[in-house]
Design a protein around this ligand. Structure first.
Ligand SMILES: C[S@@+](CC[C@H](N)C(=O)[O-])C[C@H]1O[C@@H](n2cnc3c(N)ncnc32)[C@H](O)[C@@H]1O
Length: 207
């Protein structure tokens, strides 16, 4: 099955993860002033609810998603609210932005990928998006919730291991990913050193 088919299929109807709004926990961080307006990107942005919300709060917010349908819907939603349509339809694992970001958010993108690709994200790809000391806020399902119906519940030890080099992990907390009762993980990490724009990403997903 081509890499995108599963996602196109999901966005042709109502994907179970799409709540129609930005993640409550992210909204709380913004409302409390813990995240200030900056140039941001939401990886695996889906229908772009986080991007629209951050735009409404004065961020230079962008989103990237591999699904054509998701990006089409994100543009439509953002336009209908009168916001910019800062959406990129590309593979988030290999895309290299022209200008880097201060903040990257990931809500359910990391845990949607197989282990090799998650490792690649942690060791290479996230770093292509972020400036030095840029912040990554990552929400994923925890392996304490093995039967949640999604792809890859993540052990905390995996985050500690994959992000052990090049990152400063500021904290990993338990979270409910917007749905009380669900067991997820929320990691706040900072990139120690920005990657050069033309740094080669291959060998792809080498372990
Ligand atoms: C579980 S969904 C979460 C979507 C969104 N963050 C949300 O909370 O509604 C995972 C998203 O990652 C996107 N995705 C999967 N593989 C991708 C890739 N290689 N590059 C960019 N986006 C990808 C999917 O199309 C989907 O929108």
């Amino acid at each position: 099955m081509p890499k995108t088919s599963r996602w196109e299929f999901a966005y042709a109807s109502n994907p179970p993860w799409d709540t129609g709004k930005p993640l409550r926990e992210l909204v709380e961080l913004v409302e409390k002033g813990l995240i200030k307006p900056c140039r941001s990107i939401d990886l695996g942005c889906g229908r772009g609810h986080v991007v629209s919300y951050l735009l409404s709060k004065g961020f230079d917010a962008w989103g990237i998603d591999i699904s054509v349908l998701a990006i089409r819907q994100a543009i439509k939603i953002s336009k209908s609210k009168g916001f910019a349509t800062n959406f990129i339809n590309a593979d988030g694992l290999s895309h290299i932005p022209e200008e880097k970001f201060s903040l990257a958010t990931d809500i359910g993108f990391y845990h949607a990928l197989p282990e090799k690709e998650r490792k690649h994200l942690a060791k290479h790809a996230y770093g292509q998006y972020l400036r030095r000391s840029g912040t990554l806020l990552l929400w994923c399902m925890s392996d304490e919730e093995p039967d949640y119906g999604g792809p890859h519940p993540i052990p905390k030890d995996e985050l500690l291991s994959f992000f052990s080099k090049g990152w400063e992990i500021m904290g990993i907390q338990k979270t409910h990913l917007g749905k009380p009762g669900l067991k997820g993980l929320f990691m706040h990490a900072k990139l120690k050193c920005a990657r050069a724009p033309n740094e080669i990403l291959v060998p792809a997903f080498a372990s």
